[in-house]
Design a protein around this ligand. Structure first.
Ligand code: SF4
Length: 412
């Protein structure tokens, strides 16, 4: 069921509506789809970096930020993902400064890659207000890094470790993204990664993603990494959760482990509504999911306006399921808030799902909260994995439909 949310067939060619409630504060997500190396396992919306095109993209993005501000949106938090947002640090810093000059943004998170950590221009991001830096490492194992085709570009596990150590005190929170359940990964390799992260680097936060597939990357992934097998996934998860807890980390989501409370992980967790700008970004506003054009040419051509989007209006039941999925991903859901949000219909409307989750001993009620049990945490890893596979497959469809999307624009 979780793969279903990303069906957008209903309406195409729409733009984001004006803010219905100008006093509401949203999270703003910006997508920077450029990378210097395209990793074979990566299902995200990303293309090869070209300096000119990337500069034009940032300029267009800033136009769109001004435009969405004029239509009444207020932002309290900013998350910049990709791709590799730090491919042009000056442009990124200017964009962040623009958002901060227009909105009372308290938290700014940026994703990056290990080779950009050595760039002295990274300091300008701190000055621009970035509090949280998230580095995509995936593994410190040189054999796996070679299979991922990241070794030549980003260096060995030892080099990456040194670069992370050098920036460990620059930002309020340093997050490291890791992946588990690679076909040739074994528990010894995961154990070494855990030691590096928790003992040698002692990073603030680690997000351990299960390996996720997409139809478009299945073949290249199998060729370079091997055939994906889901059966060891649970064992790896138990190993990771156990070691991270012993090392003093707490779960801030089913797959994110933090040293301190209150750190954020996925921007969609804990933010029911968010606005996504840039090519291939998603927004969720008032029960409608929006996806902006995946064609970068198309995105660049719409000067001065909002980028064209597709959308899907969710029924109330789907909205409640989406709410349940996203909020319980963080481990707990406040029942009173959920009932207020859905006019007292939340627990009644979702009684089959909630009963099933209780019978599975995945969710328990404690006071005014639904909480995940240890068993529930892994169930949520699986459900979120399926949700993101649905997102990945949707991205595939969008990439395939780019030609159709461009055709009407090209006609005289
Ligand atoms: S894994 Fe990161 S660097 Fe590699 S292609 Fe995907 S977004 Fe780019």
């Amino acid at each position: 069921m979780n793969r279903r949310y990303m069906r957008f067939e209903e309406t195409a060619g729409v733009v984001l509506p004006d803010a219905a409630d100008p006093s509401h504060t949203y999270l703003l997500y910006l997508h920077i789809p450029f990378c210097e190396v395209l990793c074979p396992f990566c299902p995200f919306h990303r293309v090869e970096f070209q300096a000119d095109r990337t500069q034009r993209y940032f300029r267009r993005l800033r136009d769109e930020i001004r435009r969405v501000t004029a239509s009444g949106y207020r932002f309290g938090e900013l998350y910049v993902g990709g791709g590799t947002p730090t491919v042009l640090p000056e442009e990124l810093a200017e964009t962040i400064e623009l958002v901060r000059s227009l909105h009372p943004v308290a938290q700014v998170s940026v994703e990056t890659n290990p080779d950009d950590l050595a760039d002295e221009r990274l300091g300008m991001l701190r000055q621009a207000g970035v509090n949280r830096l998230s580095v995509g490492v995936q593994s410190f194992d040189d054999t796996l890094l070679r299979e991922m085709q990241r070794y030549d570009k980003f260096g060995s596990g030892a080099i990456i470790r040194e670069r992370i150590a050098a920036v460990s005190n620059v930002f309020d929170t340093l997050n490291v993204d890791m992946i588990f359940n690679f076909p040739h990964q074994d528990s010894g390799s995961v154990e070494r990664d855990l030691q590096i992260l928790t003992e040698q680097l002692s990073v603030d936060q680690v997000s351990w993603y299960p390996l996720m597939t997409a139809r478009s990357t299945d073949r290249s992934m199998e060729k370079s990494l091997g055939k994906v097998n889901l059966s060891p996934e649970h064992g790896f998860y138990r190993q990771i959760a156990g070691a991270m807890t012993v090392a003093g980390y707490r779960r801030s989501s089913a797959w994110c482990f933090s040293r301190a409370a209150g750190m954020i992980d996925e921007y969609i967790t804990g933010h029911e509504q968010y606005v996504g700008l840039g090519s291939g970004a998603f927004s969720y506003i008032d029960g409608t999911l929006y996806a902006s054009t995946f064609s970068i040419n198309h995105y660049l051509r719409v000067a001065g306006g909002m980028s064209p989007m597709r959308c899907r209006r969710m029924g109330q039941r789907d909205q409640m399921r989406y709410y349940l999925l996203m909020f319980l991903f963080s481990g707990a859901l406040d029942i009173e808030q959920a009932e207020t949000r859905f006019a007292g219909r939340f627990a009644r409307g979702l009684w089959p799902e909630l009963t099933l989750l209780r019978l599975l001993r995945a969710v328990r009620r404690r006071g005014n909260r639904f909480e995940l049990t240890e068993r529930g945490y892994y169930l949520w890893v699986m459900m979120m994995r399926e949700f993101f596979i649905g997102v990945n497959n949707f991205r595939d469809e969008m990439r395939h439909s780019i030609r159709n999307e461009l055709r009407p624009q090209q006609e005289p």
